[in-house]
Design a protein. Structure first.
Ligand SMILES: [Zn+2]
Length: 81
């Protein structure tokens, strides 16, 4: 009998589950590599979001960081080149 160990990541928001390479689990997270885990993020200790859930999370996080800078009197100008 053989025992096969797999590492799975589960999105804490929508519940999507993907198999992760063992190297990801042993190296720590993130950033996640390309491939099946592309776009996945770790939000804190053991919480993860899939690519679909990460996009609105990161957009809101960025918006909140800009607002905190504004409230602290830090003004920045963003230019796309
Ligand atoms: Zn998700």
């Amino acid at each position: 009998m053989s025992i096969i160990k797999k590492t799975m990541l589960r999105c804490d928001r929508c519940g999507k589950v993907v198999e992760a390479p063992e190297s990801v689990a042993s190296l720590g997270l993130p950033p996640f590599p390309e491939g099946g885990l592309a776009g996945w993020i770790q939000t804190d200790g053991d919480h993860h979001l899939c690519a679909d859930c990460a996009r609105p999370y990161l957009a809101k996080k960025s918006e909140m960081e800009r607002e905190l800078k504004h409230l602290a009197g830090i003004e920045t100008i963003e230019i796309d080149l």
